[in-house]
Design a protein around this ligand. Structure first.
Ligand code: UDP
Length: 239
């Protein structure tokens, strides 16, 4: 397999073509960390390696649970071979407990458990700061049909359940998670992007210690130690 040109560079990843394989791309995980729509930036040595290792384990769990994703296989400590998709410009956030922007928006304390996990939509647009959007807004924007939204919601709920079950075995509570989906050439909607402490809130089940990107956002220290701890714990989980 031959790595071709870089076709995209985002905040945390680079994407490369694969020569003679138009249906796949190589995703390279970087060490850059950003928060607050890029206003806070740092390079955290080894973050890309940890996030790739964590994402790999999670994508493998999902594969075993019969959930389709862009993941094909991991190639090196920073590179993952994935199916090429066209990303739906929505961040699909599933919440199990109140935290972050939901706590602020509703004035409810962080940590309150929701009776039922629910899905929120954020429009992926850096200029607008990824705003929360309603289904009507999504129709106006034309970024997803009601059928696609229904499928995104069902898939996100299913992924959330698989993640919660497996993370529980590792003493980790999934507070919330952000998923991104993409359409393959034949029009199938599959999970894409990464699933890591950058994109999920992970709390220690018994102490509720934060083991995710909130350590960076809120200057709590021990960011890489927390990511390392997540990897150490989930390595032992039998899906
Ligand atoms: N999230 C993300 N990327 C974003 C915004 C949020 O991965 O651009 C994740 C975040 O890590 C958390 C969940 O989505 O697990 C919900 O985030 P929230 O809306 O509470 O926003 P935040 O507090 O991160 O601004």
């Amino acid at each position: 397999m031959e790595k071709g040109h870089m076709i995209y560079e985002g905040k945390a990843k680079r994407v490369y073509e694969v020569i003679h394989s138009p249906e796949t791309v190589i995703v390279e995980y970087k060490d850059d960390a950003t928060a607050f729509n890029g206003a806070k930036h740092a390079s955290l040595e080894g973050k890309g390696v940890l996030n790739l290792a964590i994402s790999t384990i999670i994508f493998e769990w999902l594969k075993q649970a019969g959930i389709a994703s862009h993941y094909i296989r991991t190639l090196s400590d920073r590179e993952m071979l994935v199916r090429r998709v066209e990303i739906v410009p929505l961040e699909v956030v599933v919440r199990n407990r109140v935290a972050g922007s939901l706590a602020k928006r509703l004035g409810i304390a962080e940590g309150v458990t929701l009776t039922e996990p629910f899905v929120e939509w954020y429009y992926k647009n850096d200029d607008l700061g990824d705003p929360l959007v309603t289904e009507a807004h999504i129709r106006v924007l034309g970024v997803a049909t009601p059928e696609i939204l229904a499928s995104l919601e069902t898939q996100a709920q299913k992924i959330n359940q698989v993640l919660r079950t497996n993370l529980h075995k590792a003493g980790i509570e999934l507070v919330d998670a952000k998923f991104e989906f993409g359409l393959t050439q034949d029009g199938t909607l599959i999970l894409a992007d990464e699933i890591s402490p950058d994109t999920c809130r992970f709390w220690d089940t018994s102490t509720e210690e934060k083991l995710d990107k909130d350590r960076f956002r809120r200057d709590l220290g021990g960011v890489m130690e927390a990511y390392q701890e997540i990897l150490r714990r989930i390595k032992g989980v039998q899906a």
